[in-house]
Design a protein around this ligand. Structure first.
Ligand SMILES: [Zn+2]
Length: 356
């Protein structure tokens, strides 16, 4: 028996929550073209449509390192106050347009210092842009709350400093921390000082793990570093044989540790082979706290609406499944319990109620 198809307009209207989305991976192509001209950066093409296509093709190489290299162009226009304000504001407006009601945006402030801004200035500027976007979205009748995760780059040695920054801005919109960048060769435990400090300060964090690197990376992120969520985690399935969970998979499921899964991104980096076979469906069915995410909307040519539509069309997901991953995301968001409850009760459940 096949589930009835859910049309894209219905999916677009459903309230959504996204926990894993990179600010520098989600610029509008037209904005990238305009800002690049302002700062004198040369892009592969100055036609916004062709640029979107260039990104999609470059990202489809099946190689995480090459995928990450496409960020050179977006980062080039995010070194000035003007560039950061605009990209942050548009980021929020694009989420609102996609039906997102709660989002966590992440970026690495240390990659935005070439224009002379200091680390705190970068964070302050991005927060200003996000606040402007949230005010506009609310005024347009599509309110969206966006919290910030600051990323330290795992191949560099500034993660402890970025952890300090997360603590400093915890009451000014920063809700958590992450480490990003190429996973292979840069294990999370290299940054233990940052994680231990954050734990002492009670600031939550997630860690990109189990994407390019397998179970040891997930194990280290959780059991050595103490992450509260896992970015991707697709390779956790290596600890599940014929539906039977190993100790690490059991820990993740039983402790309700959210997996921030990003199907299209995983296809592009080679971490999964198809939407139909993406581990998100099996993990959802086994009761894991899976969440659905975009990762990099420009680079992957995607939106939450598109990710949901792909799962509905190619993996048989129902509206109930979409509601489950949305509620899961809010439950595991790095915001206070009472605010999560209000979002689920007042916004998400009513929004799905009419579609069920
Ligand atoms: Zn990511």
């Amino acid at each position: 028996m096949t589930a009835p198809r859910i049309d894209t307009d219905t999916i677009r209207r459903l309230p959504k929550a996204v926990l894993h989305d990179h600010l520098d991976g989600g610029l509008r192509p037209a904005t990238l073209v305009e800002l690049a001209e302002t700062v004198g950066h040369t892009l592969p093409t100055t036609d916004p449509q062709a640029l979107a296509q260039w990104y999609y093709e470059a990202a489809n190489s099946g190689d995480l390192v090459r995928y990450i290299a496409t960020f050179e162009h977006t980062l080039a226009v995010m070194q000035t106050r003007e560039g950061l304000l605009r990209t942050a504001e548009e980021y929020v407006l694009d989420l609102a347009e996609d039906g997102v009601v709660y989002g966590e945006v992440r970026y690495a402030p240390e990659l935005m210092l070439k224009g002379g801004l200091t680390l705190p200035e970068v964070v302050e500027t991005v927060q200003q842009g996000l606040a402007a976007g949230m005010a506009k979205a609310a005024a347009a009748g599509t309110p969206v709350r966006v919290g910030t995760l600051l990323c330290g780059m795992r191949m560099f040695d500034r993660t402890r400093e970025i952890a300090d920054l997360a603590v400093a801005f915890r009451d000014a919109g920063v809700v958590g921390f992450d480490i990003a960048g190429a996973e292979d060769g840069f294990p999370p435990a290299d940054h233990l000082a940052a994680f231990e400090y954050l734990r002492r300060e009670s600031v939550p964090f997630t860690i990109h793990a189990g994407e390019a690197h397998g179970l040891p990376s997930i194990h280290q992120a959780l059991q050595v570093c103490g992450a509260q969520r896992i970015g991707h985690g697709v390779r956790l399935t290596e600890d599940i044989v014929d539906g039977k969970l190993g100790r690490l998979a059991s820990w993740v499921r039983d402790r309700r540790i959210a997996l921030e899964m990003c199907p299209t991104s995983n296809l592009q980096t080679g971490a999964a082979s198809s939407i139909a076979d993406h581990p998100i469906t099996a993990l959802k069915d086994l009761g894991f706290r899976v969440t659905l995410n975009t990762d990099n909307r420009l680079v992957s040519g995607t939106t939450m609406t598109r990710e949901m539509s792909l799962l509905a069309e190619e993996a048989g997901w129902t509206v109930e499944d979409l509601r489950t991953v949305t509620v899961n995301a809010v439950k595991s968001a790095f915001i206070p319990f009472d605010e999560k409850g209000a979002l689920i009760r007042d916004v998400i459940l009513p929004g799905y109620g009419t579609a069920l």
